[in-house]
Ligand binder design. Structure first.
Ligand SMILES: Nc1ncnc2c1ncn2[C@@H]1O[C@H](COP(=O)(O)OP(=O)(O)OP(=O)(O)O)[C@@H](O)[C@H]1O
Ligand code: NA
Length: 723
């Protein structure tokens, strides 16, 4: 286990709780957050909308922090009227920043919020652009810097015109952040607020249009217009924030006396900003691998449903929704407020749990875990925030982020991802399954050996001398030797086996069932009986067939000339048992594939087994050791006859060789039978690689046609899920 933990560190996983590795192998559902885990967490501003002006678009750039990279494009239309797909193809000439700022107080107001309601710093040192702070805020600071509106320019140096008076920090419940700034040029204070659009728009009472200088009152129509524009941006996968501000005439002498609710009230709407946080390159592939491994992936995010849905589609958590009926889409994507409104009973009655939950609060994550538990699922949950710890503790495997995560979250977690990357979860799952597998192989090998010995001894009671006393085919010291030396070390060696190919292409293990699956039980009996049969056979051949039966007395106790054939028979049985125990360990490396073809994709048809055998050095040398130590026990005088109650053999080795061949043939035949059985069963259930999407999302598709009516009722309540 310790060796496994070290290798895990190389694969970006710190295991804090060893027991969780076992649980990881059994995980059926992963609930992941979005920002930084499925996505890169490096945001860039793509669009900005100012109602009086229109939509600004920033072109792609390879340097997210560099405000001089990426062209700017301006379109007087609002986002909801722009067909972004077509515009992208058109390629208009870029516009100049300075030109846009000329005589444009709207843009200035907007940039003040973007730059000052913002704690991030963006600066250039040695030609490199660096940034510090929250990714959302960094992106906005970079955007402001494009217009030379960097916070530094206004707040630092001798003639700094803006000075911060108060700050109301971001909070994932309020989903807003506000500051009060003093403008020394006219000795006036200003409030700047940014945050989730639904929240900020509720705090806005005014907006400025191009036809008048004075702000006009916000109407319900305008609020809807803002929401439509937000949705147009969110559909592009952008995180959308609203910017707002106003003059602040109340006193600011005692900052503690200023009420947040007063500040974030009666604001003038300045515009929207759309930030893109590209999915990690590995995410889509990892999600597909999870699906192959029979693991469902859910995304629980604080973001808006439109944004969440667009990103979920990009990484494959949601199928391509083209042509998917609305009720199906609704069952896949929910908002936290919808989910939290359902009682536990109602959640349990949902045919399936949602794949995406947007606008998530920490409590929503806990309810999701509990809903999964009630469905007998095994859930892993990621989290980074301080208030994620309840859900991390509740999950079967709590996963914290090493870089972006808070210490509280790490303390509550079972494993920590040092690279914050969703893909690393798969490494942990693979390790969990590998450990489970190896324990299973270890136990199977041990118990099959025990069955073999027990049967050999029990059936061997039938061998009797002339006094009708049983003559044992195996002596006590021989048995202890096989248990402790020849199979003990290889048993341990099996613990070091690497993951078998395809370990992530099969369904999760069931921890309730444990290692004793039906397959293991059958294997155990079959291998045990086969070894016992061969061992008994060798004894019979030596003592009865090629010799004249049991003539001596007391052959269990001491060597005599009459007992010589019994002693040789025992030696042969012992040699067989030892060799089979050793070779069985190699056969156990893969429980289904042939020992001679454990790498299905290998082109080395005749030598691959040797490579496989050499890879696990501990197992290799313990088997060699078992092989070699048999000779001293057979041929050193006194040790052989007095201690082991057997004697050196010669032609009897022929029996051992032939039976070894039969042993392999038998085990290989059984494995082949198993492969045929499982292949037939898979074919019967219609499993194949191509219909992965149907397998994963099929239940959503079929389900929702059945319950269409009941969901339509709930929709009349005005609860719209996504758009
Ligand atoms: N620094 C900020 N200032 C103001 N509002 C913010 C800030 N950061 C985020 N928001 C708003 O709050 C919402 C939720 O953000 P939050 O940080 O809680 O989600 P998240 O945890 O980053 O999402 P995920 O769960 O995908 O990681 C965002 O969609 C955005 O509207
Ligand atoms: Na988060």
């Amino acid at each position: 286990m310790a060796a496994g933990t070290k290798r895990m560190v190389e694969r970006h996983v710190i295991v804090r709780n060893l027991k969780s590795l076992e649980a990881l192998g059994a995980v059926t559902d992963i609930c992941s957050d979005k920002t930084g885990t499925l996505t890169q967490g490096k945001m860039v501003v793509r669009r900005a909308w100012i109602p009086a002006k229109g939509t600004y678009s920033v072109g792609e750039s390879n340097e997210p922090f560099n405000p001089t990279e990426g062209d700017l494009d301006f379109d007087p239309k609002p986002p909801r009227e722009i067909n972004f797909k077509e515009v992208e193809k058109e390629k208009r000439p870029a516009v100049e920043y300075a030109e846009l700022l000329e005589d444009n107080s709207y843009l200035e107001d907007y940039l003040n919020v973007a730059s000052l309601a913002n704690l991030a710093t963006v600066h250039q040192s040695n030609g490199e652009w660096n940034a510090r702070g929250d990714p959302t805020e960094i992106a906005m600071q970079v955007f402001a810097s494009r217009f030379d509106w960097n916070r530094k320019r206004w707040t630092e140096g001798d003639n700094a015109s803006w000075k911060q008076v108060a700050e109301f920090p971001f909070d994932s419940d309020v989903k807003k952040m506000s500051v009060i700034f003093h403008d020394s040029r006219n000795d006036q204070n200003h409030v700047f607020t940014k945050g989730a659009v639904e929240r900020v728009i509720q705090s806005c009472s005014h907006v400025r249009f191009s036809d008048s200088d004075e702000p006009v009152e916000v109407t319900e129509d305008f609020r809807n217009e803002v929401l439509e524009n937000m949705e147009a941006l969110a559909a592009l996968g952008l995180r959308v924030l609203a910017l707002a501000g106003r003059a602040w005439d109340e006193p600011v002498d005692v900052v503690e006396d200023i009420k947040r609710s007063d500040v974030e009230n009666d604001l003038t709407f300045r515009g929207l900003i759309g930030l893109y946080d590209p999915p990690r390159l590995e995410s889509a592939d990892s999600v597909r691998q999870c699906h192959e491994a029979g693991i469902s992936v859910h995304m629980l995010t604080g973001d808006h449903p439109g944004t969440a849905q667009a990103i979920a589609k990009e990484v494959g958590i949601l199928p391509n929704m083209k042509g998917v009926a609305k009720d199906i889409a609704d069952s896949m994507v929910m908002t936290a407020s919808q989910f939290d409104k359902l009682s536990e009973d109602e959640i349990d009655k949902l045919p399936v749990l949602p794949l995406v939950v947007a606008r998530c609060a920490p409590q929503t994550k806990v309810r999701m875990i509990e809903a999964l538990h009630r469905r007998k699922c095994f859930a892993a949950m990621t989290g980074d925030g301080v208030n994620d710890s309840p859900s991390l503790k509740r999950a079967d495997v709590g996963i914290a982020m090493g870089q972006a995560g808070s210490d509280v979250a790490k303390d509550a977690s079972d494993i920590v991802l040092t690279d914050d990357n969703f893909a690393s979860i798969l490494n942990a799952v693979e390790e969990g399954r590998r450990m489970f597998d190896n324990i299973q192989k270890f136990i199977l090998h041990l118990l099959a050996e025990n069955i073999a010995q027990a049967c050999t001894l029990l059936i061997g009671l039938a061998f009797k001398d002339s006094n009708s006393l049983s003559v044992f085919p195996l002596a006590p010291v021989e048995i202890i030797w096989v248990i402790m030396i020849t199979s003990g070390l290889p048993d341990m060696g099996l613990g070091f086996e690497r993951a078998t190919p395809g370990i992530l292409q099969r369904p999760p293990q069931s921890l309730k069932r444990g290692v004793f699956t039906l397959e293991v039980l059958c294997d155990m009996v079959v291998y045990g009986l086969w070894v016992a049969a061969l061992c008994l056979c060798s004894f019979v051949l030596v003592v009865y067939v090629w010799s004249d039966g049991i003539q001596g007395q007391n052959c269990n106790e001491s060597y005599s000339a009459e007992c010589d054939n019994v002693f040789r028979g025992r030696a042969t049985t012992f040699a067989c048992l030892t060799w089979f125990a050793l070779f069985l360990a190699w056969e156990m490396v893969d429980m289904r594939r042939s020992f001679f073809r454990m790498q299905p994709d290998s082109k080395k048809y005749f030598t691959q087994w040797a490579i496989d055998v050499w890879r696990n050095q501990f197992l290799f040398w313990s088997i060699i050791a078992g092989f070699i130590t048999i000779f001293p026990t057979l041929y050193i005088p006194v040790i052989n006859t007095v201690v082991f109650k057997h004697t050196g053999i010669s032609w009897e080795w022929g029996i051992v060789f032939v039976e070894t061949f039969l042993f392999f043939a038998g085990v290989e035949a059984w494995k082949w039978g198993k492969r045929v059985f499982f292949r037939r069963r898979a074919a019967k259930m219609g499993e194949s690689k191509d219909d992965l999407e149907a397998k994963v999302f099929g239940k959503y598709m079929t389900m929702s046609r059945e319950v269409t009516t009941s969901r339509e009722d709930s929709e009349k309540d005005g609860e719209k899920v996504s758009q």
